[in-house]
Design a protein. Structure first.
Length: 386
């Protein structure tokens, strides 16, 4: 797995650094109040009282900082631009007010300060509220909101060994960054080195799938070194990592799926995806269709489902313009669409078989493979290509 990006999680370290910085900031304000004692000059305890005021100011500033951290980048830019424009406008108007010699100096100063606070406050509030309308892409990549674009998916051992994740990735439906924890690689290596031949084969298949994912240039794959020594089970490690990175876990494990949902971690289950994409009908099932026209082969009838899927029915030419009960014999899925082949229900009950049905199915398969355009039904009931 050489050449794969490595990403070390530094969130706990950054959290500790922030605490240290806040403590140093508060200590500086407290010390400045104690040494300069700008408040309570008439009191004998003015140094300690000023230090207390400094501590109170530090707490207020840190509370504001915690509140501002929750705001989006667009809100912060809008608030900064709005308050700046408000203060600049108030300053220009204040120059005109200060030139009014007919009013006392105190009155002019009061109105100028009031105007600065008013326009600065209004600009801050309005700019922050309208910040969501800012297009960050127009301001350059330096202002891109990285936090809003994080799309992390943590891969489980089962989904790597299964291999279908590589097929989904190659179709382009899998986006974002794929996270492969180091403890998942160790588990795959242990399975690949197992003395049991079946386990060893599964482990090697998982390593091959990782190489296949790595060779996909459209994917962003990262190996993280983050581990949780206090947690022994790999499934629980995955859940903790998903919570820490705010990532989605991709798995085939039913139990891990349920436990992750209970712990508040989102899960993508490949089996659920396959379930959602399974054919609408299966061979042997019955359906009622309206025979619309004659098929290409002798004695065939053609019907269409509501979604435009073509249904080719043997010996149904005599039923054109009527409803018929059909037993599905096969389903053909191609990139151009889906076709269903069947025969009349009474013939299926009698066990009848028809050689021309097989030939017709083969002919239609060749036609569909050679055509990349789906079929559409016109108002007159004719099938045309789009």
């Amino acid at each position: 797995m050489t050449g794969v990006k490595r990403h070390d999680t530094i969130a706990p370290v950054m959290h500790g650094d922030l605490i240290v910085i806040r403590l140093v900031f508060a200590a500086i304000l407290v010390a400045a109040g104690f040494v300069l004692h700008p408040f309570f000059a008439a009191s004998r305890w003015n140094s300690w009282l000023s230090a207390g005021v400094g501590a109170l100011v530090a707490c207020c500033i840190m509370l504001c900082e915690l509140r501002i951290r929750r705001a989006t980048l667009k809100t912060l830019i809008g608030a900064a631009v709005g308050s700046t424009l408000g203060i600049v406008g108030a300053f220009l108007i204040g120059l005109l007010i200060m030139r009014q010699e007919s009013q006392p100096h105190e009155v002019r100063t009061f109105f100028t300060l009031a105007l600065v606070f008013f326009m600065g406050y209004v600009g801050l509030m309005v700019g922050g509220a309208k910040g969501d309308h800012i297009e960050l892409s127009a301001l350059g990549g330096i202002f891109s909101d990285k936090a809003a674009k994080r799309d992390l998916k943590v891969l489980d051992t089962s989904v790597i060994i299964d291999g279908r994740i590589a097929d989904v990735a190659e179709t382009g439906f899998l986006t974002g960054t794929l996270i492969i924890p180091q403890f998942i690689l160790r588990e795959l290596q242990q399975v690949a080195d197992s003395p049991d031949s079946s386990k060893r084969q599964r482990g090697r298949r998982g390593l091959d799938m990782l190489n296949r994912l790595q060779n996909n240039s459209s994917l962003d794959i990262q190996i993280v070194e983050t581990d949780f020594p206090s947690v022994r089970e790999v499934d629980l490690k995955l859940i903790e990592l998903g919570k820490q990175l705010d990532a989605v876990i991709v798995t085939n494990d039913f139990n891990l799926n349920k436990v992750s949902q209970l712990r508040g971690v989102n899960v993508l289950n490949i089996n659920e995806l396959a379930n959602a994409l399974k054919p609408v009908v299966l061979p042997g099932e019955a359906m009622r269709v309206f025979i619309l026209k004659e098929g290409k082969e002798h004695n065939q009838g053609v019907a269409y489902l509501d979604d435009g899927t073509m249904v080719v029915v043997d010996n149904a030419r005599r039923l054109i313009g009527r409803n018929a009960d059909v037993a599905v014999t096969s389903v053909l899925q191609t990139t151009a669409g889906k076709m269903i082949f069947g025969r009349l229900w009474e013939e299926a009950d009698n066990g009848a078989s028809s050689e021309h049905r097989i030939n017709g199915a083969r002919r239609y398969q060749r036609d569909v493979r050679n055509s990349a355009t789906p079929l559409r039904i016109t108002d007159q009931g004719e099938a045309v290509t789009e």
